[in-house]
Design a protein around this ligand. Structure first.
Ligand code: ZN
Length: 302
């Protein structure tokens, strides 16, 4: 199956080193409130993406959802100028960030909207999404979130697009899997984000035991300790046999994390400093699996 990027289709083999949960362009409506999370200067994102590329990176999935400042034209510009693949998505974040029209449209109308984005491309850009997002709140799944999952899952299934989720502070992974499974979703094309925030390896194992992938995406927050906790957990998960179900990413959608804005650790961190720390603990083969084979297996639903 070919994979949709913002510049058109590529073969799964061309994805290469992939971060499955990042943000290269985000421009939320409430700029004042989300200033730190606003990445609306393409030249800065290009500069950052070039660091990723120089370190061997090839593909970034921009997980900015529908109606939260997603901008396929900007992503296309960034992709062209940085020389990397950028994948964009359709679907929803957690309750707080559902679009204003969510309550005014019927299930059928929302389903049509998602289908239209997938089949015809997003708005005038005609960029086609490569995955569908759903999200849940901290420690609970609201009725609106259940509705979003109920509507989005059959659309993803029909088009063989993976579902990449937002688990608020890492919570509600099991509930998400139950809801997705109830809609007939193939959990081997589900990737749960942020669960490493819980630092709870038993919880993470229970999610992967169901067949789902995890996006291990909160590295780079503990630079002084060289990410020791997360490196330890990764080693434990891999030695327990889950090395084929973990995708390594950074979810670094914040000015503070981008070197181009003067932040740290930068989009190249996973491929440079963290790689060094990790290779002291795990094999090179397992390291590359988390960056190449596993994200590709999530995205390629052949
Ligand atoms: Zn994110």
């Amino acid at each position: 199956m070919m994979i949709n990027t913002v510049l058109g289709e590529v073969s799964p083999q061309d994805l290469g080193t992939t971060y499955i949960h990042e943000h290269l362009y985000v421009s939320p409506d409430e700029l004042a409130r989300y200033y730190d999370y606003t990445l609306d200067v393409p030249s800065k994102s290009i500069e950052e993406a070039k660091l990723f590329k120089a370190a061997g990176g090839r593909t970034i999935v921009d997980m900015t959802p529908l109606a939260y400042g997603r901008n396929p034209e900007a992503l296309r510009f960034i992709s062209q100028h940085a020389g990397i693949n950028v994948l964009c998505i359709t679907g929803f974040h957690k309750d707080l960030w559902l679009p204003r029209w969510f309550d005014n449209l019927s299930d059928e109308e929302i389903s049509c909207e998602l289908t239209r984005e997938i089949e015809d491309g997003i708005g005038f850009s005609k960029v086609k999404p490569a995955a569908v997002k759903i999200g849940t709140s901290l420690g609970k799944v609201t009725e609106r979130e259940k509705r979003a999952i109920r509507i989005a899952t059959p659309v993803a299934l029909r088009h063989h697009l993976p579902i990449i989720t937002h688990c608020d502070k890492g919570t509600m992974g099991l509930e998400q899997l139950d809801l997705l499974e109830a809609q007939g979703m193939d959990l081997s094309h589900v990737c749960l984000s942020h669960t490493d925030l819980t630092l709870d390896s038993a919880y993470m194992k229970s999610l992967m035991s169901r067949g789902a992938f995890l996006s291990f995406d909160h590295v780079g927050r503990d630079l002084a300790a060289r990410d020791a906790n997360r490196v330890r957990i990764l080693k434990d998960l891999i030695t327990s046999g889950f090395g084929d179900q973990i995708c390594l990413a950074g979810d670094m959608g914040k000015k503070n994390y981008f070197k181009s804005y003067g932040g740290a650790p930068g989009l190249d961190y996973i491929l440079t400093d963290l790689k060094e720390y990790l290779l002291d603990e795990i094999g090179e083969e397992d390291y590359w699996k988390m960056l190449i084979d596993n994200p590709r297996n999530v995205l390629d639903w052949s």
